[in-house]
Ligand binder design. Structure first.
Ligand code: NAD
Length: 246
């Protein structure tokens, strides 16, 4: 851990009138949820096509078998880690305005964060595409697939963004507002490869934000827009930041 860079980051956060965090799958790795890409990534085991909206509409049962295994059997036991808690703590101290997350695991909310912009939706809700009824996973029997709407028997869809689907309008608007207002933008555990999410930090940079990045590995942002690169795991770096802030 680079002491000088950490102090620089803490100074920037303390001096900033508006700090926004932008998180990706990396922040949840230490909660036991693997990212999609890279070593140990979910795409080494599953076919990404199962999360394509056209595939889901045509083969809902095939799609649901994979969705259940990844997002319900597996995600449901995950707990927020130190990095999620640290962001909630910064918000409580009025040092963080909002989190824009690409994650769908609900762990920021579970850690107590209040303003969470869910860029890719949330796995903890299932929606009926016809009547818009919403269900929580534990209200349904997910051993009987595909789950169906109790009102009209339509196949339910998890309320997250599938490949080929647009970003929810409100999330798009709010994240644009955040990136235009931010003085400091904290990037945690994201490759910068997933579009259009990857453009959000670039907009913040264009509007003059300082970019602080936390990642064990360089991302597409590091050499391009990052001002302070804190190389390491999200839990360790965020714990150190919160300790130094006090
Ligand atoms: P991503 O852009 O989210 O990349 C993951 C990044 O995390 C990589 O840069 C990696 O170096 C970094 N990382 C790994 N361990 C880390 C750690 N301990 N601390 C900090 N950073 C760490 O790419 P993806 O995994 O391909 O995900 C694609 C999309 O799917 C994204 O929108 C992602 O948020 C979503 N996704 C969400 C979850 C979840 O909800 N937990 C899980 C998988 C994927």
């Amino acid at each position: 851990m680079d002491d000088v860079l950490l102090d620089k980051a803490v100074k920037a956060i303390n001096a900033s009138a508006h700090t926004t965090a932008f998180t990706g799958a990396g922040i949840s790795v230490e909660s036991g949820i693997p990212p999609f890409r890279g070593p140990g990534g979910l795409w080494n085991k599953y076919n990404p096509e199962t999360l394509d909206i056209d595939f889901f509409n045509e083969y809902p049962l095939e799609s649901w078998k994979v969705i259940k295994e990844i997002f319900y059997d597996f995600f449901s036991s995950a707990k927020p880690n130190m990095a999620h808690h640290a962001l909630a703590h910064l918000e409580e101290k009025a040092l963080l305005s909002a989190i824009i997350t690409q994650n769908i695991d609900n762990l920021h909310q579970a850690a107590g964060s209040k303003k969470v912009i869910e860029y890719h939706g949330n796995s903890q809700k299932l929606i009926c595409p016809h009547c818009n009824n919403k269900f929580k996973p534990d209200e349904l029997n997910l051993n009987d697939l595909p789950p169906r709407c109790q009102a009209d028997n339509s196949v339910l869809k998890p309320d997250f963004v599938f490949f080929g689907e647009p970003i929810p309008g409100m999330a798009h608007i709010l994240s644009k507002e955040e990136s235009q207002s931010a003085e400091v933008f904290l990037l945690i555990g994201t490759t910068g490869e997933v579009m259009p999410a990857a453009m959000v930090p670039r907009l913040a940079k264009d509007r003059g934000a300082s970019i602080i990045e936390i990642n064990p590995k360089e991302s597409l942002y590091t050499k391009d827009i990052t001002d302070i690169f804190l190389q390491g795991k999200a839990t360790e770096i965020m714990e150190e930041i919160v300790t130094r802030i006090g």
